[in-house]
Design a protein around this ligand. Structure first.
Ligand code: ACO
Length: 342
């Protein structure tokens, strides 16, 4: 199949084309306390724990409570990332979200206000489930060109506010939460390669609106599940291979792939097609469901905080989402595991 990704135009690894680089200096996660279990969903729609577990691998999801907006959850993850990075300010605040508190001002502006910061550019970015890696792409480029020396990239989603809880085909999938990273300028990468892309001819597979067969239904998140499944696997596999090559690694040398957590079966299919064992794939979908843009930073944060990631590990994040959009980042992990896990 012809690659829709930006082609690798240079046979040398991407990172060798730049003298300035970005690295992740801190990560933070936040999950609301509220839980939505498969048993809760069995009461709301005609479904079963067995169907949900077999088709998706999702056991539970977190649900934001009153006042827990995308910005408010984002602030909590951002504070943790800034504390880990040891910084009290950054050069830009980017918030990836498709469920912002309001269309304007941006959630990133509310986050800036709550953090007590002023001056730096703050903006939201909507690439659905690919939003976090799009945010890393933007921040990495701004750091490489010298526009800024650091950035806070947050992905925060109140997905349960977009879901139609009478539509069993989607309401069992999504959850709320936030993840954040502080990127800092460094002499050596850090981030070794990035990719991103879109194909709007597939815009109809995931969208906010009425059901395709019922114009009178409420505007909510709708998805053509099986079409999305195939495309998500194809794109993430192609990107995983291309990112590893662009970073100068063989696929077999990558220590961890962190795919968008849409569905256990998608993640397993991606691992199989990449030819890597599931021990090399970070998976937390059973506990959090599909948290759209927040999915990869929540999985990455989990992997770091639990001590799975070690300094020097080769990590490849790959996302696919509405648009259709896709994106990814290959990076050498530069943080030591938390002391409590050593
Ligand atoms: N409980 C019980 N039955 C259900 C449920 C449910 N919750 N949902 C659907 N069904 C039924 C359907 O009605 C259908 O019944 P029918 O055969 O009588 O018509 C049957 O189960 C099979 O439905 P499918 O949609 O074919 O089920 P599938 O195995 O494809 O699983 C799923 C559906 C889980 C949505 C899967 O297709 C999937 O995960 N797709 C990809 C999601 C994804 O990648 N998203 C990424 C981006 S998300 C974003 O960007 C916001």
């Amino acid at each position: 199949m012809t690659s829709l990704l930006q082609p690798v135009t240079n046979s040398s690894p991407d990172a060798t084309r730049h003298t300035r680089h970005a690295t992740m200096a801190g990560v933070g996660v936040y999950l609301p306390e509220g839980l939505l279990t498969n048993a809760d969903l069995e009461v709301m729609v005609e479904t079963s724990d067995t169907w949900i577990m077999e088709r998706t691998g999702i056991r539970t999801r977190h649900r934001a409570g009153s006042g827990e907006t995308a910005a408010m959850m984002g602030v909590k993850a951002a504070r943790r990332a800034m504390q880990m990075a040891g910084v009290d300010t950054v050069g830009a605040i980017i918030c990836a979200t498709c469920s912002p508190d309001t269309l304007m001002p941006a959630a990133a502006c509310f986050i800036q206000r709550e953090l007590g910061l002023v001056g730096m550019p703050c903006f939201d970015l909507n690439a659905a489930c690919s939003g976090y890696v799009f945010g890393l792409n933007v921040a990495n480029s701004l750091i490489q060109t010298g526009s800024i020396d650091s950035a806070l990239v947050i992905a925060s989603e109140a997905m349960t506010s977009l879901v139609d809880f009478t539509d069993r085909t989607t309401c069992v999938l999504f959850g709320d939460g936030a993840g954040a990273a502080v990127l800092k300028a460094t002499d050596a990468p850090g981030i070794r390669a990035t990719r991103w892309g879109a194909d709007a001819s597939r815009a109809d597979i995931i969208y906010i609106g009425p059901k395709q067969d019922n114009e009178d239904s409420v505007d909510a998140l709708r998805m053509r599940g099986s079409n999305t499944f195939r495309l998500a696997v194809d794109r993430m596999v192609a990107m995983g291979e291309e990112l590893a090559a662009a970073a100068g690694w063989k696929v077999s040398e990558v220590d961890f792939f962190i795919p968008h957590q849409a569905n256990q079966r998608i993640i397993e299919a991606v691992g199989k097609r990449l030819g890597v064992g599931l021990d090399k794939v970070i998976i937390n979908v059973s506990e959090v469901g599909n948290t759209s843009a927040a999915s990869i930073p929540l999985a990455l944060g989990d992997a770091h905080l639990s001590g799975r990631l070690k300094r020097g590990d080769k990590v490849v994040c790959i996302a696919f989402g509405a648009g259709a959009t896709w994106g990814g980042v290959a990076m050498e992990w530069q943080l030591d595991p938390p002391a409590a896990t050593r």
